[in-house]
Design a protein around this ligand. Structure first.
Ligand SMILES: Cc1ncc(COP(=O)(O)O)c(C=O)c1O
Length: 425
């Protein structure tokens, strides 16, 4: 085994071998230029088309194109009738806005620890987190793996809770043969560039419920109730935001959506090759795809087994050193979220809107406990974890995936050589 690249040995993957994401071809050019030169550049035919095409692709009756996934999450909560001071359950480990979208609607996030294997909310811990004020669950399908919706929906139905799916990372992921975004009362997708279906920035709100769609649409565009294709009465029927997107981005999203089945197949094939090549690697915890789940491998999780690595020091520091060694080999990984959600200052300081609001709503703070020690599994995951994201996407194919596996094996087989003092100095 040759010396690690971080210590001057040969690289496993050369700097330009991994191609950037997303691929842009003549069809992207054609649609984007058509939108750019069209009469309407705000809401128009491209927005309508991307909504119709996404709804048909995912199996939803309503879709609204937004300027972010976070906007679509906020619309989901509003659409489901969540109100100020209500409690909403959410996983303790995710992107910040899986939880801050709850604050956007003046409701209170209540965190639930994760399951170590799936990295999703532990469905067995949901019931214990329910308070008399709990109205909904933000169900995050993290890293491209769906929650077990048989379990989650059973608790939600028992306690009459609405479910807003956060599918921002999960385009095309399935549970028991059904696409994510079709299980809850509403769902949100992100089209940010980092996502496996993207348009620079943007998002999609979806639901199969007409009333939820109508409520969400008000929030989307200034509290108005008229559809964009109707003449406007410029009246705010409710508190609204400006969450619309434009024609040029919608055209880009359409071009990317049309390519997604092929891109998804490549991502799946690359993920499956890693699943074949990596088992047995010392100190590497493999990601899981439980029976009945179809992972989209948006994010191929690499976690360190510190016991197997014989490491007893600072875990996050060791992880950072391993990540740096992998990057030096040419395997692009990052630590992603380095704090569990309840640990973030906005929750610790309860400083969302100033004056302690919305926790200062009478009774709203009852049963709220953001002590990070309550979420030991999320904490354990957080310090051991590295994200492998864009390198597995088309046009990068099996040749690149194989080299990525070689780079990972090289670093983990040399795990005794990892010296954080030397690497992070
Ligand atoms: C799990 C999750 N939820 C929500 C979001 C928010 O999406 P956006 O950046 O489009 O607002 C993201 C991505 O950033 C995410 O990864």
């Amino acid at each position: 085994m040759s010396e690690l690249a971080i210590y001057g040995g040969p690289l496993t993957i050369q700097p330009d071998e991994i191609k950037p994401w997303p691929t842009v071809d003549e069809e992207d050019d054609r649609l984007v230029l058509e939108a750019l030169h069209a009469e309407k550049q705000a809401y128009g035919p491209q927005n309508q088309a991307v909504q119709d095409e996404f709804a048909a692709w995912n199996g939803n009756s309503h879709a609204i194109f937004t300027n972010s996934g976070t906007a679509a999450l906020h619309m989901g909560l509003a659409g489901c009738g969540v109100g100020a001071g209500d409690h909403v359950l959410v996983t303790a480990y995710s992107w910040s806005s899986s939880a801050t979208c709850i604050l956007h609607h003046n409701a209170i996030p209540i965190f639930v620890d994760i399951d170590f294997d799936t990295i999703n909310m532990d469905t067995a811990k949901i019931e214990a987190a329910i308070t008399p004020r709990t109205k909904a669950i933000v169900a995050v399908n993290l890293h491209g793996l769906c929650l077990n919706f048989d379990e989650l929906l059973a608790v939600a139905r028992k306690h009459n809770l609405k479910v807003v799916e956060d599918c921002c990372q999960a385009h095309g992921a399935q549970f028991n043969g059904r696409n994510c975004g079709t299980f809850g009362d509403a769902a949100a997708f992100s089209f940010n560039q980092n996502k496996c279906m993207c348009s620079g920035e943007g998002g999609m709100f979806v639901t199969n419920d007409e009333e939820v769609a109508a409520n969400a649409a008000k929030l989307w565009s200034f509290g108005e109730t008229r559809q964009p294709q109707q003449s406007r009465d410029y009246h705010a029927y409710a508190l609204g935001w400006m969450y619309r997107n434009n024609e040029i981005t919608a055209a880009f999203a359409r071009a990317q959506l049309a390519k997604y089945p092929g891109n998804f197949a490549m991502l799946r094939a690359n993920g499956e090759l890693l699943n074949e090549l990596l088992p047995g690697t010392r100190a590497l915890i493999m990601p899981t795809e439980p029976a009945g789940h179809l992972h989209n491998w948006y994010n191929y999780n690499l976690r360190i087994d510190f016991e197997a690595a014989d490491w007893t020091g600072d875990r996050a520091r060791f992880r950072d050193a391993v990540a740096k060694a992998l990057n030096a080999e040419g395997v692009p990984v990052s630590a992603w979220q380095q704090f569990i959600l309840p640990e973030m200052t906005v929750f610790q300081a309860k400083n969302a809107y100033g004056g302690g609001f919305p926790w200062s709503i009478p009774g709203a703070d009852e049963g709220v406990n953001y002590d990070p020690a309550q979420f030991p599994v999320a904490q354990r995951h957080c310090e051991s974890y590295m994200a492998l994201v864009m390198a597995l996407r088309a046009p990068n194919g099996l040749d690149i995936a194989e080299k990525i596996a070689t780079g990972i094996r090289k670093v983990f087989d040399n795990i005794d050589e990892i010296d954080p003092d030397r690497i992070l100095a």
